[in-house]
Design a binder for this molecule. Structure first.
Ligand code: GUN
Length: 283
């Protein structure tokens, strides 16, 4: 039987309606949740991600302020801009869109963002809090994935979660989030020997590597839940994930599509984190 498609788009719509009500309540209390987004350079994918984030903010009543800078700015200039936003009490969340140009050290930039305004959840202090189970901002894509899997009403405890990919933004933290939910977690990456032998043991398979259609039905156990984080642009202009959707949907129990899968959930969790930041900064 073909897998059920998990629509991040529909789930995001429901969650955003709930978040819009929270924004309204904050506004009634005189607080206008505000996100400051920094975009450096003219990377086309980054431009479209930033546009989508701003549109989503606007739709639920969050104020968003976009600061754009040319690709050749120096690191110290960018760090000064962040320091200024850290001090600005009307700004609750700061997001620097990645990747950054080569001359700028991303870790310096992330470490400069005040942890209480780090709505991406990328600051090492917030990553440490996540890993030790403390209250913090959860990184948006991993948080969105966890939310999607929880919406399926499956018991995550004891399940074998296999993560393919080990980026700081998705792979590493998503494994940690599922570990917190008592899953058994295995990481695979570009140096893994016999990928299919490991991925085919997964009850929940999460793929975030940026390689179009890397995962086929040969890699997937019958009845597995498959979460595809990849967003790859094909030569014909179409988007495709890291999972061969048409092939894998014949063996999986649930599968996320690309587009309208994980992407809308990432943005929804950014909205969630910005509201959390506004609330906590006014407590
Ligand atoms: N680049 C790709 N994904 C992300 C993200 O979630 N946040 C930021 N800041 N940059 C990204």
């Amino acid at each position: 039987m073909a897998a059920q498609i998990v629509s991040g788009f529909e789930l995001a719509k429901e969650k955003r309606a709930q978040l819009a009500k929270e924004v309204e309540k904050l506004k009634q209390a005189g607080i206008e949740p505000t996100l400051s987004v920094i975009l450096v350079g003219d990377h086309p994918a980054s431009q479209s991600y930033v546009k989508a984030k701003q549109k989503a903010c606007e739709e639920i009543g969050i104020r968003s302020i976009l600061l754009t800078f040319p690709a050749d700015i120096c690191e110290s200039f960018l760090l000064e801009q962040i320091a200024r936003l850290n001090e600005d009490r009307s700004v609750h969340g700061i997001l620097v869109q990645l990747p950054l140009p080569k001359q700028i050290d991303e870790l310096h930039v992330i470490e400069t963002i005040a942890p209480e305004k780090d709505v991406d959840g990328f600051h090492p202090l917030n990553i440490g809090r996540m890993m030790t189970g403390q209250r913090t901002f959860l990184p948006c894509t991993p948080y969105g994935i966890l939310y999607m899997v929880q919406s399926l009403q499956v018991d995550i405890a004891g399940k074998h979660v296999v993560v393919v990919g080990r980026s700081n933004i998705v792979g590493k933290p998503v494994g940690q989030l599922f570990l917190r939910e008592h899953a058994t977690v295995t990481y695979c990456h570009s140096r893994t020997n016999d990928l299919a032998a490991i991925t085919s043991q997964a009850d929940i398979l999460i793929v975030a590597v940026g390689k179009p259609k890397l995962i086929t039905s040969q890699h997937v156990k019958e009845g597995a839940i498959v979460i595809d984080v990849g967003v790859n642009r094909l030569e014909n202009g179409k988007l495709c994930g890291d999972v061969d959707f048409d092939d894998v949907k014949e063996v999986a129990s649930y599968i996320t599509p690309v587009p309208k899968g994980v992407g809308p959930m990432t943005i929804t969790m950014l909205l969630n984190n910005t509201i959390q930041a506004a609330r906590e900064q006014h407590q």
